[in-house]
Design a protein around this ligand. Structure first.
Ligand SMILES: [Zn+2]
Length: 594
């Protein structure tokens, strides 16, 4: 972490920063709680520790410091999160807060690429208005697009030329930037070097792709020709320093206000569908452009809503992507409904043929995800045979297990049992189990935290200099006498903390389940444990460990007696005497004087 980031972290109040995004309520001496912004929930499992400056969600295990929170909720990389927090706290930014010359160069390049894309968008718009654009204007009018709509989405036309855009932009940027923009192609030559650049998009209707601030960062080009020479129907910008397909949701910049107002987002398959639906007044619409949702896109959307209505055609090539998207959104706690339009029409054609009111009605009548999936299971595996039922079940079970909320799983499993007419006790039990336990969910610990573990965790997390001796005693015991602690449920956390040096306690415990235990202890803590308390806890753990060994030994001795195995008996008895002695020593031991 840079010095500047360190300074910002010290001065920032994590509670205030997080309160800028969600409502927090005081829940203890120095901790606050609220509804987690990273997963859907109805009762708060999200906590913030004001003194230790961390947040932790016991529902989805999201956890970290103020930068991790801002990075996650704003979906920005670390340096950007530092800048945002600095600004929020009124800490003046150094003139240029770049950690390396590479970063500075990268930032300059991004600025240039944005300028290039702006110039390219204006050029394509011009071309659409010109004589060459007539064929495209005709196509767009045929799709019901008015000049206002074309202007709103900055739709354009790339002329039938290999150098029209290149000539226009060569005065705006250097060759390296032009190559990096993704707006041009070039061929590898015999000697391995790249040949001269030429326009990538030719004779295509151009749809700009914008980032969340509405700046053009890439294009999709649609050909109007058919046949072998036409190339693919849709052609996208490649991945560039500006554009990464997995980080963008088409139309989110225009749709986000409407999404918040409507409290749901409408997800359609293609950009043309999205534009068409938007221009007819349904403005909370976004598109993924035929690919499955990524986690980053889920993160983008979550900042605006966790309710989504999906309008994909279940039987197109996109069906696979749609199912993957639905699976991911379910796991991330979104509430999903699905629209299937009559006659298998896409939204654009449906609206043109039946009118926008009919489309609004279809959205209102969207099916719950569970109903949709049960119907789909019945369609995919028709019949009432035992075999068909098994296939239907196997299709549904993963979907059920994926739902984060117990109640939703219960309801889904109940509906499935009823609608599939499952009367087999075995299958019913499978459904019940699926509802009971979420797959991949972090296993609930089997043994509750003991008081001595709490003391040790608190001791190892000590940051105030007054109590360093408590921390030292705990760390030393765990490092020197590991065997005594291994059976503890929190052993991994204890071990990580014992070797943490100057690092933050919450930072060094990586296992989510272990970190959850530590967060639980730290959020409940009132004061650091005294040295005597720590010594007492260590002694208790040692005693219990020996007692457990003695219990096992006694059982073995009884067994050896019964068998009349005297060699074994002698060995076991010697061992028992040893353990008895260790236990006696422990009882007599005084905490060492430092
Ligand atoms: Zn959460």
């Amino acid at each position: 972490m840079s010095d500047f980031a360190q300074t910002v972290k010290q001065q920032a109040d994590i509670v205030k920063v997080i309160e800028g995004y969600i409502r927090l309520r005081k829940a203890g001496a120095s901790n606050y709680s609220g509804l987690c912004p990273f997963h859907k929930e109805k009762s708060p499992s999200f906590s913030v520790h004001a003194v230790r400056q961390f947040y932790h969600c016991f529902g989805c295990q999201a956890s970290g410091d103020v930068f991790s929170f801002v990075g996650k909720i704003e979906n920005v990389p670390f340096p950007e999160a530092v800048r945002i927090v600095a600004q929020k706290c009124g800490i003046p930014l150094p003139k240029r807060e770049f950690s390396s010359p590479e970063q500075a160069a990268e930032s300059r390049q991004r600025t240039k690429l944005l300028e290039l894309h702006e110039a390219a968008a204006a050029f394509y718009e011009d071309q659409l208005r010109g004589p060459e654009g007539a064929v495209a204007r005709e196509y767009l009018a045929g799709r019901g697009l008015t000049p206002e709509g074309i202007k709103a989405f900055r739709i354009g036309w790339s002329p039938d030329s290999f150098n029209a855009l290149r000539d226009r932009l060569s005065s705006v940027a250097d060759g390296e930037t032009l190559r990096a923009s993704g707006l041009f192609s070039s061929k590898e030559q015999g000697d391995g070097t790249m040949g001269p650049i030429y326009d990538r998009f030719r004779k295509r209707v151009m749809f700009p792709i914008t980032n969340e601030s509405g700046r053009v960062i890439a294009f999709t080009g649609r050909t109007l020709e058919t046949g072998d020479k036409a190339g693919p129907k849709y052609f996208n910008s490649p991945e560039t320093p500006l554009y990464s397909k997995s980080l963008v949701l088409f139309n989110l910049d225009k749709a986000r206000t409407a999404i918040r107002q409507a409290e749901f987002a409408l997800l359609v398959e293609g950009q043309m569908d999205c534009i068409s639906v938007y221009l007819r007044g349904i403005q909370n619409v976004i598109a993924t452009s035929g690919t499955a949702f990524t986690e980053q896109q889920v993160g983008l959307l979550r900042r605006h809503t966790t309710n989504i209505v999906v309008n994909f055609d279940p039987d197109t090539a996109g069906a696979n992507a749609a199912e993957k998207s639905i699976a991911l959104l379910t796991e991330e706690g979104f509430t999903i409904k699905l629209v299937t339009l009559d006659g298998g029409l896409d939204p654009d054609r449906f609206i043109r043929e039946r009118g926008v009111e009919a489309y609004v009605a279809a959205i209102r009548g969207a099916e719950r995800q569970s109903d949709y999936l049960i119907a789909r299971a019945l369609r995919l595996f028709p019949g009432h045979s035992a075999e068909a039922k098994l296939q239907q079940m196997n299709y549904l079970l993963p979907h059920i297990r994926r739902m984060p909320e117990r109640l939703a799983r219960d309801q889904f499993a109940g509906d499935a049992a009823q609608k599939l007419a499952i009367d087999s006790a075995v299958l019913r039990e499978e459904l019940r189990q699926a509802a009971l336990k979420r797959r991949d969910h972090i296993e609930a610990r089997t043994t509750p935290l003991t008081e001595v573990e709490r003391i040790l965790l608190r001791a190892l997390a000590i940051t105030d200099p007054e109590h360093v001796e408590s921390r030292r005693a705990a760390a030393q015991a765990i490092t020197a006498q590991t065997a005594f602690f291994e059976h503890l449920g929190t052993f991994a956390a204890l071990q990580a903390l014992a070797g943490r040096g100057a690092k933050d306690p919450m930072e060094v415990v990586e296992d989510p389940a272990q970190r959850a235990l530590l967060a639980e202890v730290l959020l409940a803590e009132t004061k650091s444990p005294e040295e005597a308390e720590v010594e007492g806890a260590i002694q208790q753990i040692q005693e219990r460990s020996i007692e457990a060994q003695l219990r096992a030994l006694r059982a073995n001795i009884a067994e050896a007696e019964r068998r009349g195995d005297f060699t074994e008996l002698t060995l076991l008895t010697q061992k028992k005497l040893q353990l008895d002695r260790s236990l006696r020593d422990l009882h007599n031991r005084r905490p060492p004087q430092s």
